[in-house]
Design a binder for this molecule. Sequence first.
Ligand SMILES: Nc1ncnc2c1ncn2[C@@H]1O[C@H](COP(=O)(O)OP(=O)(O)OP(=O)(O)O)[C@@H](O)[C@H]1O
Length: 241
Amino acid sequence: MEAAITITGLTVDRGKKEVLHEISTEVDRGVITGLLGPSGSGKTTLMRAIVGVQLVKAGSVTVLGRPAGSASLRQSVGYLTQSPSIYQDLTVWENVRHFASLYGLGDEEAEQTISDVGLGEQSGQLARDLSGGQSSRASLACALVGRPEVLILDEPTVGQDPVLRDDLWRRFRKFADEGVTLMVSSHVMDEANRCDRLLLIRDGRIIADDTPAAVKEAAGTNDLDQAFLTLVRERDEGEAA
Ligand SMILES: Nc1ncnc2c1ncn2[C@@H]1O[C@H](COP(=O)(O)OP(=O)(O)OP(=O)(O)O)[C@@H](O)[C@H]1O
């Protein structure tokens, strides 16, 4: 089957600096890929390129067989950014209902999605009165409500308590089981262990692209945090030599 996302030689400048250097990878459908890497390594930039909102210097990104950012992909790709992207003067319900209507969906889907992200009780609350974690979940509901085939989620569980995080990850797995392709950035290694595959990025380059088990094996440890540190150090030593 054709890959959900194909990235070839992707090079991106931000400001005057090259921040992604000839990245190439392929993501299969129905897979949860964890995007990990230090702050500033290029995770958000890579996600922006997949969604098609990032100016690209060289290379190509194809999503569901079409160039990233194509108008025809608008309904097929959901994107959660790190900063809440909801209307502050609307309630949770009004926000999610608005996004549902863009996809030709009705009240039922909006209500279900609000409940899926655990915001049932805050449905009538203005977005500006939500806590940080609630606000982030409201944005997530807006990204999910259209049931996109590809979900690009930039740190979707930041600020959530462990029970909610677990709940959200169960939902992500359910989506994947239904054939949705998810790319999820995270700094939390126990979340990385829940992915089918990991892309480790460092200084705009992929330093590992494998299952969590294989990444741990390659680094000779059972601990993903430790594996990541080992891979980073090996890389640094390789560059210094
Ligand atoms: N608008 C911008 N102008 C100039 N440089 C930028 C801009 N946005 C990001 N950068 C730089 O691009 C690089 C990659 O940033 P990016 O946001 O992709 O990293 P990240 O891995 O998502 O980081 P974090 O984990 O902190 O969110 C960083 O060096 C950052 O400083």
